[in-house]
Design a protein around this ligand. Sequence first.
Ligand SMILES: *[C@@H]1O[C@H](CO)[C@@H](O)[C@H](O)[C@H]1NC(C)=O
Ligand SMILES: *[C@@H]1O[C@H](CO)[C@@H](O)[C@H](O)[C@H]1NC(C)=O
Ligand SMILES: *[C@@H]1O[C@H](CO)[C@@H](O)[C@H](O)[C@H]1NC(C)=O
Ligand SMILES: *[C@@H]1O[C@H](CO)[C@@H](O)[C@H](O)[C@H]1NC(C)=O
Length: 425
Amino acid sequence: MAGGTRWGAAAVAYRAWLLLTVAQHVKGVVSRDPIFLAEIQNQTVSEGRNVRFACRVDNLGSHKVAWIHYENSAILTVSNHVITRNDRITVSRDKRQNTYYLHIRNVRETDTGKYMCQINTASAMTIAGYLTVVVPPDIVDNESSNDVIAQEGSDIKLRCRAKGSPRPIVTWKREDGQHIAINKSTTVLEYQGEVLRLSKVNRMDMGAYLCIASNGHPPTVSKRILVSVDFPPMLWIPHQLIGANRGKTVVLECFTEAHPTSLNYWTRGDGNMIYDSMKYRIENRVGNPDYKIHMLLTVRYLEEDDFGTYRCVAKNPRGETDGTIKIYDSGPPPTSPPPPTTEAEVFEKINNQVWDRSENRTRKRPNPQAVSDLNGEGEELDLRDQERSLNLPAISPSSGSRGASHLYPLAGLAGAACLLWARRF
Ligand SMILES: *[C@@H]1O[C@H](CO)[C@@H](O)[C@H](O)[C@H]1NC(C)=O
Ligand SMILES: *[C@@H]1O[C@H](CO)[C@@H](O)[C@H](O)[C@H]1NC(C)=O
Ligand SMILES: *[C@@H]1O[C@H](CO)[C@@H](O)[C@H](O)[C@H]1NC(C)=O
Ligand SMILES: *[C@@H]1O[C@H](CO)[C@@H](O)[C@H](O)[C@H]1NC(C)=O
């Protein structure tokens, strides 16, 4: 409404201005034509600053100088008078230099545009300068996405509304530096645009996404949007069959993936839940990414009752899964000739190495025939020697393949070595 009044006033002023122009012309007041002495300098300023445009005129005579904001079709000033109701605008005059100054205080983005200095000659004379108001980028939070939770297989849309002047460019990145999977066929390290659409998301798409708005005028701003992808638990068991003899300690392991994080636990074959105790040690190691869990169950000092079936279970709101592992009695250690190390000790040693390895992912790929000592003391454990001393069948390297572990009804060391072999390839 204030705007309407202002426009009204501007229109009236403009008509007056035109009448004045025509009247002067009719009276023949004009003797020599006015001239502009200099161009108007363009200005680029940050929002909130003050700005001044100068218009130098000679031979003005009885003509008048007006300042006009072209985009708003608004007469701002005529001679020494401010016409607009915009109180941030003033006019001043330097008589010696024949210069009219237009001052704009506390500039806003809407002040951007062309400012014309016009003289009311018969056909108006005009020069103009441009004002560019720079506004650093900002992200409009209530028009941008918040954290998203999606089902695996669904499509999602992330939005970041950015404002600023010049108009900011919005770039998307993953916080972990991974590529963004737009769809099955397209992955990009960065994506430009206010809206990022991901088609048929899966667990690999889970993580923090950053939208970064920049327009060449610091500071650049960003928003972090967390994308969670829910899916039912999945489970993988590297060794389903573990042979060991009495008195020894074994470690069972299951790998699970689930989001939201599943409840993971162990039961015996009869369904009884297993708890931490003198007999059992339970550990769940969070992997990377953290929807992966490495479940470890240590069964200490094997007794008759401990042989049999164990079950690892993972449950989350999307579903449930389980898997079984069997510990069988590999029988008493051979009596003659006494081996340099007992079978069980060898087993345990290999077994420990398996766990050690999972803690060090940078380890070099070992020779399948010889497992180097993982404590790094240079001690080598040669399985072939142990096998010979234990009178067990030799393991052929070509027999190793993932999942082959159940195919070998070998006792003790051979079984363990085979499992180890299967695990490494
Ligand atoms: C001001 O900017 C305009 C358009 O960007 C350009 O045409 C003009 O030449 C510039 N004037 C000066 C004095 O640099
Ligand atoms: C966002 O908030 C601003 C004020 O902070 C408000 O003017 C605007 O209408 C809001 N937009 C939406 C879509 O809610
Ligand atoms: C994947 O996304 C790219 C980029 O948006 C698009 O050009 C392409 O057609 C899409 N492919 C499929 C199979 O949807
Ligand atoms: C992993 O193994 C490498 C190579 O043997 C070693 O340099 C590094 O210290 C080990 N890291 C850990 C955490 O054990």
